[in-house]
Design a protein around this ligand. Structure first.
Ligand code: FE
Length: 318
């Protein structure tokens, strides 16, 4: 039997731009191009609806990860979605609060979020922009929605840091919408925030867990495939419509998170009107997690130290 281009390339362990796979598949429309034996397709193992929650100074949000149903998925600690056209739901925002020991990733679909920290860093995240903030040993910042009309729609992901990086200097990567590459294919549109996809590399760099973060929009009959590192944990959060994941084509709908199984290939398709989702993958850290409120450390003693440092005003001085 002739091997497909994908079988040959993946079997040989060659890094191939996923765009080549996508184009080859789109061009041939051949059922024989189903994933090879060598490529293990990740399946949706657990599908959970995001939980309604309130955080900050009274912001109503949906918690897809880090809530009651699924506390974390190493290295990912939390995923929140804020989506509302009622300023009462979000205007109180997230006034000054600390973080230590992990990273917060903010991604805006609509509206604006202003951030400001205690050592003078500030910025305004507009529609389509992203911020990857490595809190390291500590920051104290505010995150405030800055708008009075229209929809505020944004996401925040928390990503853990390995022990050796928890006390590193804080680092901001503020990424304007125009800096995020967008690849349009046949019935697909993909924004690459971090990692490699469809032959482009996202602008976020130097992150301990080597993450992939893509925002994928599919029209009906659209297909998206992406090789993923076998040692990465991964999940999908569906933001619009519905998509089907894996070779079993399990349906996942808006507001649902799907945990993906082990494997080295990701596949999504759409047979609804449209579907859009965020895909996250990252290297597992495999260390003990001691977590309370805005601090994520390895031990309870380190957590106590973080609270002490914060109270004493030492959190940001390292
Ligand atoms: Fe924060």
């Amino acid at each position: 039997m002739a091997l497909s281009r994908r079988q040959v390339l993946l079997g040989a362990g060659v890094a191939v731009p996923a765009s080549a796979i996508l184009l080859a598949r789109a061009a041939r429309r051949d059922p024989a191009l189903a994933p090879s034996k060598e490529a293990v397709v990740r399946e949706a193992t657990t599908v959970l609806a995001a939980e309604s929650s309130v955080d900050g100074a009274g912001v109503r949000l949906r918690r897809a990860l880090g809530g009651r149903a699924l506390g974390m998925l190493d290295p990912f600690l939390l995923l929140d979605e804020i989506k509302s056209d009622d300023p009462n739901d979000y205007a109180a925002g997230f006034p000054d609060h600390p973080h230590r020991g992990f990273e917060t990733v903010t991604y805006m679909r609509d509206g604006a979020m202003e951030h400001k920290d205690s050592v003078g860093n500030r910025g305004r995240l507009g529609p389509g922009s992203a911020q990857w903030m490595t809190a390291g040993h500590g920051i104290v910042h505010s995150e405030m929605p800055k708008q009075e009309r229209g929809v505020l729609w944004g996401f925040q992901l928390w990503v853990n840091l390995p022990a050796k990086d928890k006390m590193q200097r804080p680092r901001y990567q503020d990424i304007a919408a125009t800096q995020i590459p967008e690849v349009a294919g046949e019935r697909t549109r993909v924004r690459v925030v971090a990692g490699d996809a469809l032959g482009v590399t996202g602008p976020v760099n130097g992150i301990a867990t080597g993450p992939v973060f893509v925002d994928v929009a599919l029209e009906r009959r659209g297909i998206f495939e992406l090789p993923l590192e076998a040692d990465h944990a991964s999940f999908v959060y569906v933001t619009d419509g519905a998509v089907r994941l894996g070779s079993r084509r399990r349906e996942v709908r808006e507001g649902e998170l799907a945990v993906l199984s082990e494997g080295d290939a990701f596949e999504a398709s759409c047979d609804a009107d449209h579907g859009r989702f965020l895909l996250f993958a990252g290297r597992r850290i495999g260390e003990p997690v001691a977590r309370r409120g805005p601090f994520v450390m390895n031990t309870d003693a380190e957590l106590r130290q973080a609270f002490e440092d914060y109270r004493a005003g030492r959190l940001t001085s390292g």
